[in-house]
Design a protein around this ligand. Structure first.
Ligand SMILES: O=C(O)CCC(=O)C(=O)O
Ligand SMILES: [Fe+2]
Length: 359
């Protein structure tokens, strides 16, 4: 069954564990409302996930879902010609079965298409890579407008964190400059409607970059809140994006900002009968940015690093590009070691250590 028309699927069930999130009003953030900025800070430093309303991108989001369906409908042969491959490239098409979802090596059934923000801006030049025909067909009308607006939304939110972290104006913006290539990208994720409720579509992870701007119509996204709690669904709310912080901002802020573990399972209840699309815009630091806590730029960050039990987490010795490449590469099934137990890393933590390796 098709799910691309948001009015054609059953409602999110009321009887599943659901995580309440702050609802942040983007209009108030743009107006620099003190109370709203404080609420955004609370969201970013506690769970690291929040809803964003009044973001002004809804029309483009609808078009992007159509673009996702058009891409999935292309002949497999065409899609495979643009596969990301096993070297850690994050742009292009990802075929079903090319990633593992658990420590037993189970293959995923998720497809996605990632388009580099750099390519959207440079179009019709292809500065990072080439794409299937659905991308060329939609770049000017759909993808570039979505990327441009999403870029501004995420930058505006990152700017609030910049101020609250005691950084000089524009410090985080400098690290996310358009002047240099980055891993920033838009992704449409697709899952067919064949999942058992407990099946994993996207395994437990934290996002690799700085800030993700996510649009869901069907349930299936779950977060594991801090503490020994169970996985909780994030309920999609029409017109509300879901924003979450990624590892790069955790490292740069010395752990003051949080990237929370999440995963995608089958949509709950009657929604499970539907195929699921989701859409994310990932803001990531420029490729050459060295990921290290900005302790010299902020006494708050310096103190956070000093009092952290494991300060080395905030100096992983990698640039943003190296970090992204490594994280993408280690998910690919082809790169799993054939002997010994698999350890699926979840960014700054790892799956086995959390006792979820065979979950
Ligand atoms: O599909 C979703 O709801 C979440 C996708 C996600 O977490 C990701 O692509 O990093
Ligand atoms: Fe994610």
């Amino acid at each position: 069954m098709r799910s691309n028309d948001q009015h054609q699927h059953p409602p999110f069930p009321e009887d599943v564990p659901t995580c309440p999130l702050f609802v942040i009003d983007y209009e108030l953030i743009k107006a620099r409302d003190e109370r709203e900025m404080e609420r955004l800070w609370d969201a970013g430093t506690t769970l690291g996930f929040w809803y964003l309303k009044n973001h002004g991108v809804s029309a483009e989001v609808g078009e992007m879902f159509d673009f996702g369906a058009e891409t999935v409908a292309l002949p497999l042969e065409e899609k495979l010609a643009y596969e990301q491959g096993d070297q850690g490239d994050s742009f292009g098409y990802k075929a079903a079965g090319s990633n593992v979802v658990d420590a037993s090596g189970t293959r995923d059934i998720t497809q996605f298409i990632n388009v580099a923000a750099d390519d959207a801006f440079a179009w019709p030049d292809q500065v990072r890579r080439s794409y299937p025909s659905s991308v060329s067909a939609r770049m000017t009308s759909t993808i570039r407008p979505f990327v441009e607006k999403s870029w501004v939304v995420n930058d505006t939110l990152i700017d609030v964190f910049n101020e609250k972290l005691g950084l000089k104006p524009g410090r985080l913006a400098e690290l996310h400059t358009k002047e240099e290539f980055s891993g920033s990208a838009v992704r449409v994720v697709y899952n067919p409607a064949v999942l058992r409720t407990e099946a994993i579509a996207l395994s437990a992870h934290t996002d690799f970059g700085s800030l993700s701007f996510l649009h869901n119509r069907l349930g299936g996204l779950q977060v594991l809140p801090p503490g020994p709690k169970e996985w909780q669904y994030v309920k999609p709310i029409p017109g509300h994006a879901i924003c979450n912080i990624g590892d790069a901002l955790v490292i740069l802020s010395g752990g003051i900002l949080r990237s929370n573990i999440h995963r995608v399972v089958a949509p709950p209840g009657d929604q499970a009968a539907f195929e699921r699309y989701s859409l994310v815009y990932f803001t990531r630091p420029a490729n050459t940015v060295v990921l290290r806590a900005l302790a010299e730029d902020s006494s708050m960050i310096a103190e956070a690093v000093e009092s952290a039990p494991d300060p080395k987490r905030f100096d992983p010795g990698a640039t943003a590009l190296e970090w992204l490449t490594r994280r993408v590469r280690e998910r690919r099934a082809a790169n799993q070691k054939v002997s010994g137990p698999l350890v699926l890393r979840i960014g700054l933590t790892d799956l086995e250590r959390m006792g979820m390796g065979r979950g």
